[in-house]
Design a protein around this ligand. Sequence first.
Ligand code: FAD
Length: 349
Amino acid sequence: MVDLAVIGAGPAGCATAIWAAARGLNVLLVERSQFPRFRPGECLHPGIEVLFRDLGVFDKVLEKSSVRPSTRTVISEGCRSVESFGVDDNGPWQALHVSRADLDAILLTRAQQLGVTLHIHRSRVIPISSNGKIEGVEFDGRIFRCAFVVDASGQGAWLTRSLGRKYLPASPCLTAFYGYCHGHLPEGQLFEASTAGWQWMAQVSADVVNWTSLHFGVHQKPLPPATMSSLSSCGRNGGADVTWRIAPSVAGPSFFITGDAAFVTDPACGNGVLRAVMSGIKAAYNARAILTGQATQAEAAQDYRTWMKHWFEADTAQLTHLYETLRKDWRAPNSLAITQHPAFELKSI
Ligand SMILES: Cc1cc2nc3c(=O)[nH]c(=O)nc-3n(C[C@H](O)[C@H](O)[C@H](O)COP(=O)(O)OP(=O)(O)OC[C@H]3O[C@@H](n4cnc5c(N)ncnc54)[C@H](O)[C@@H]3O)c2cc1C
């Protein structure tokens, strides 16, 4: 019997586990891959600094972050501008560029130092439900009872799929492609948008530049930025389905869904890891509020659903605004209608 069973040990799952374990909860972390496992997305929004400090990992992440831009250069319809991330009394806000393998290792080590038990499983993880609640998980022939299950399985979408539910799409099909080259990008971060889509380049270590591109209606062939063609490629390249979508229920009796498992927007938002970490902390916070009698199950789940819904609506509104300025024919999704759909906010399992 554990307090929390967390499925997936990426940023969302580790943030949940660390926050909960640091406050005395008993946490089981269940992962299907051996680490290091590859994930794109090395550019972390400056807002993540305060969360990493709370989780006790900021200094370690800083050690591994060799590039910290405080601005990004944006080229849209041929016009070039430099945008600052923000500034406060301590100076300009700086992004953290860090390899995902390093970030995963730092988060996982911290979780294990706090007493979190990690299981790498070989068989399918099955949710165990009874009386309309999820009461545990079963895998590799073992059953673990728990007060709460947190789905942090990213695009694996473990719980939503296990319950036979479908994500609610909020955009046309979108595919993002990515790759890496040896080279130097003076701007640190460069975002270039046109009617065809956008491309994003970032210096992710001393001599490696990452590129990510999204071309409307293109799903098969990666289109690296022309400026990258003279550089030698290195590392992985590939594509990912980044159609905007949200799980029909992101919280309910005894479960919370975090990070990409809760919702996906495309990487132009630039906050996927921030959202994963913040939603992981929020899920742990709300679970603890129930366990300590500060909130009822219904209140904590409703609070989490509303919080995630507002974030999804804000991100999709921001992206819609960007794409509508690029293309007159952009089919504007109505994320408000999605989150008011009867299938959204399902409260039971
Ligand atoms: C091309 C591209 C570029 C991106 N660039 C950026 C960027 O620059 N900055 C940024 O902030 N974000 C970026 N993102 C988004 C970011 O990568 C994700 O938002 C982030 O990884 C989500 O974290 P997560 O913990 O929810 O999921 P993940 O990091 O995917 O972790 C989920 C974990 O769950 C495990 N898992 C899955 N199913 C199961 C199961 N059934 N049982 C057990 N374990 C399971 C997986 O093995 C994995 O370890 C990018 C995304 C893409 C596609």
